[in-house]
Design a binder for this molecule. Structure first.
Ligand code: ADE
Length: 225
């Protein structure tokens, strides 16, 4: 899978993309991430990419020309299955949406900034708009990282134990059951006896019941989907 990210702050991605599972996914060749600095596609001498809103008021708006230029340049090399704009009013990101996107070959993510982007970018240049929650971030970079991470762990071969992505919370519309490790008794806080019983069938039944109970308490709407 290839993910191209268009951003005004390329350095923000350095740490997140060079650690842990995202690093492993790239090292193993399962995921190629390309970061593009939108300023490189500015038409102006001063490399500006934003301007005042025609409506007046506070806040700058990202201009359409640099974004269009950048996309046209990238499209010469890559056919994108989706061009995603990260925005607080986009489609809510979820595990089913992550599953769907993880099956695509090439994705481009445009990170928004300032007061937003010229509406014509949303109307004509992107294929999808995604929000990672009903709150406003300073920019779309963190959202792009969240989306990339959620997709990477679903690519076959990225996780050592193939099963572990399938047993994540939200797969099968259930949150994950609790897990424990040694010591079995810490300050009198004990691991449930069933987990020490060695009876795998009973343990799995217990895990299912716990997942169901947690889902009822924490995400009841998942059970009616
Ligand atoms: N940009 C700013 N806030 C955002 C959010 N909640 N989701 C996606 N992109 C954003």
């Amino acid at each position: 899978m290839q993910i191209d990210i268009i951003t005004l702050f390329p350095a923000m991605f350095d740490g997140v993309f060079s650690q842990s599972i995202l690093k492993r996914a790239q090292d193993k060749g399962h995921l190629q991430i390309n970061i593009h600095n939108l300023r490189d596609y500015s038409l102006s001498k001063h490399k500006s990419v934003d301007d005042y809103a025609f409506s007046g008021g506070a806040g700058m708006v990202m201009q359409i020309e640099p974004v269009d230029n950048c996309l046209e340049h990238l499209k010469q090399k890559t056919h994108f299955d989706e061009i995603i704009y990260t925005a607080p009013d986009g489609e809510p990101f979820s595990q089913p949406l992550a599953n769907e996107l993880s099956l695509k070959g090439n994705i481009c993510i445009l990170c928004g900034h300032y007061k937003g982007v010229d509406e014509r970018i949303r109307q004509h240049l992107v294929t999808r708009e995604i929000s990672i929650g009903d709150y406003v971030l300073s920019g779309g970079e963190l959202a792009a990282m969240v989306i990339t991470d959620a997709l990477a762990r679903l690519i076959p071969g990225v996780l050592n134990d193939e099963q572990s992505a399938l047993s994540d919370s939200f797969q099968d519309n259930l949150v994950a059951p609790p897990v424990y490790t040694r010591p079995a008794d810490y300050k009198g806080w004990k691991v449930p006896d069933i987990l020490l019983s060695g009876n795998q069938a009973k343990i799995e039944q217990w895990q299912y019941e716990q997942a169901l109970e947690r889902t009822k308490q924490r995400r009841p709407y998942l059970l009616s989907e």
